[in-house]
Design a protein around this ligand. Structure first.
Ligand SMILES: [Zn+2]
Length: 272
């Protein structure tokens, strides 16, 4: 049995850059925007070549987790019907559904650079307004590192990532064995230089195949680990301190924007 998960965000796919006159800065790709429609179309193509590459590499099961903005972005009638859709309950801990599967690895499509990155196209960490950074043991992490630590706790390594060159650089720093493909060259947070679509899709197909053939190891987080989050507004930090403090002991850092926790297990990371 060879089972794989394709985790799909939207900002990192080819043919997508920032949204001018962004009416919804929390969600960097408001659903009404042209860039959002480009992102859905591009993600559909990237996911389909990844599915093809996984089945051509001997996969017995491929699941697709559409996670941008809580899901509901991809039209699954346009997704290769050999793959299954996972629809997690968003009120449950992130990626808890992985416990029902035995994934041999995760392919990340559409993930993007972390908040505060130089250039990274549509860079953010979960909430583009409120969160300035997440740090683990003193190092900034983004959504890729966050999800790949959770996946690693289920024994599933980060096999493959396709994103802009900035996110790919961050991925390789965290996980040098992961196969990567650059989907676009980041010029700024809002501007990207596009690469040829057919070439990008062909590279994703080959990269996913290479990643399955390789023996990539999961990189679990060790515990205890020091977690820190900095919010842009003190009132948000205070509200988080109250609400998340019911689940895990928290302290304020020297400033009131930043709160800290000592993580004792992966569920503690999923509090944030
Ligand atoms: Zn997203």
């Amino acid at each position: 049995m060879k089972e794989y998960l394709i985790a799909v965000d939207m900002e990192g796919v080819h043919g997508v850059m920032g949204v001018p006159y962004n009416e919804s800065p929390i969600y960097s790709l408001p659903r009404s925007s042209e860039q959002y429609r480009n992102a859905v179309a591009s993600a559909t193509k990237e996911v389909n070549v990844a599915i093809a590459a996984l089945f051509d590499s001997g996969a017995t099961k491929v699941c697709v987790w559409d996670n941008h903005g809580g899901g509901g972005n991809l039209d699954f009638s346009l997704i290769d019907s050999r793959a299954q859709q996972v629809m997690p309950d968003n009120n449950r801990p992130r990626m808890e559904f992985m416990g029902e599967y035995a994934f041999d690895g995760v392919v990340y499509i559409g993930y993007h650079a972390r908040a505060g990155s130089h250039r990274g196209v549509l860079s953010h960490t979960f909430n583009g307004i409120d969160i300035q950074y997440y740090k683990l043991n003193g190092k900034q992490i983004g959504e890729f590192e966050f999800d790949s630590y959770i996946a690693a706790s289920y024994g599933a390594p980060a096999l493959f990532v396709a994103s802009d060159d900035v996110c790919v650089g961050q991925v390789l720093e965290h996980s040098p064995e992961t196969e990567t493909v650059v989907t676009k060259i980041a010029k700024s947070r809002r501007v990207a230089e596009y690469l040829d679509e057919e070439e990008v899709l062909a590279k994703i197909y080959e990269g996913v195949k290479r990643s399955v053939a390789k023996n990539v190891q999961p990189q679990p987080l060790s515990f205890p680990s020091a977690f820190e989050v900095r919010y842009t507004k003190v009132e948000v930090a205070e509200w988080m301190y109250e609400s998340k403090g019911e689940k895990i002991p928290l302290t304020f850092a020297e400033d009131a924007n930043t709160i800290r926790a000592t993580l004792k297990n992966i569920d503690d990371l999923r509090v944030f």
